[in-house]
Design a protein around this ligand. Structure first.
Ligand code: SAM
Length: 297
């Protein structure tokens, strides 16, 4: 099948009808039907012939066709088994595409990249199922999957959340993970009429270019993200309560109190007031203050 055959409503409807495909809401299925948006995504992702692309949720293969033409290799993970025969037809003839019928959240992506690309970094491109955007992005970063960039379509609000800082109601663990690992850039805003079926909310394509070195130094990165999660788990509580109540952390109350004091923020400070550099310092203070912490994070 040649390029751009699916990126319009008529061809998408035809193939869906041929296979009597029923959209599954639980899988966040909103297929792209706009070639201009597809072109923007492919251009922003900056795919070269020696790149391996990991696509999450290929759907009927609309974007996969474009990726296969630009990249050396494409590995696409699709959960819905009903889409597999469709993908076999729409990607017939593309020798550089491998489709895996798996749940991306249960896939060991690091192992997959090691096997498929000899551990060399890959580019991730996806029109993400909205219900799992955050775990996918946090997982790619925190599990140390070798990635050069992540170019993804997400809900507009999620794109905003990725770029916001302290004091904003959308500020949270995802904002901090993005700040720590990558430089974000909004590629395009995409209205609901570019999808079939139309989502209720607007979307945005965002490109996250991974930093070679994070912008702040911290003695224990994994612990810092456990602290960040604990701080935002109970937004209405103080930072001290969030850290003391977390079952993933094991610091004494005294260590928490002293570490917050060292930050110079006041005992009642909330997690949402802390910048990334504050979380890094808080982590380092806690490590120093409480040698009794266990490996239970
Ligand atoms: N890439 C296609 C496009 O742009 O038209 C489809 C995008 S659609 C928003 C999301 C896709 O992700 C669907 O095909 C859906 O079945 C798939 N999906 C949802 N949850 C998934 C999961 N846990 N693992 C892998 N694929 C998933």
């Amino acid at each position: 099948m040649s390029r751009s055959t699916l990126g319009n409503p008529q061809n998408t409807i035809e193939i869906l009808q041929k296979y009597r495909f029923c959209f599954q809401k639980k899988f966040g299925q909103n297929f792209l039907i706009d070639n201009r948006v597809l072109d923007k995504i492919i251009r922003a992702a900056d795919i070269r012939k020696d790149d391996m692309v990991l696509e999450i949720g290929p759907g009927i293969g609309t974007m996969t066709q474009h990726l296969a033409e630009a990249a050396g290799k494409v590995v696409a993970i699709e959960i819905d088994k009903n889409l597999i025969p469709i993908l076999e037809e729409t990607l017939d003839g593309y020798k550089n595409v491998r489709i895996l019928n798996e749940d991306v959240l249960k896939t060991d992506i690091k192992k997959l990249v090691d096997e498929e690309n000899e551990g060399k970094p890959v580019k991730v491109v996806a029109n993400l199922p909205y219900y799992i955007t955050t775990p996918i992005i946090m997982g790619l970063f925190e599990d140390k999957v070798p990635v050069i960039s992540i170019t993804v379509m997400v809900q507009k609000e999620v794109a905003d959340r990725m770029q916001t800082g302290p004091g904003n109601k959308d500020y949270g663990a995802l904002s901090l993970a993005v700040q720590y690992y990558a430089k974000p850039y909004i590629v395009a805003h995409v209205p609901p009429n570019c999808f079939m079926p139309r989502p209720k909310v607007g979307s945005a394509v965002i490109r996250l270019a991974r930093y070679e070195e994070p912008p702040v130094k911290v003695s224990d990165e994994k612990l810092m993200f456990a602290i960040i999660r604990a701080s935002f788990n109970q937004r209405r509580k103080t930072l001290a309560n969030g850290l003391n109540n977390s079952d993933k952390l094991n610091f004494s109350k005294e260590a928490v109190r002293k570490a917050i004091e060292c930050l110079g923020k006041g005992a009642d400070v909330r997690g949402e007031a802390l910048a990334l550099s504050d979380f890094a310092r808080l982590t380092d203070f806690l490590v120093q203050e409480d040698q009794s912490r266990t490996g239970n994070i």
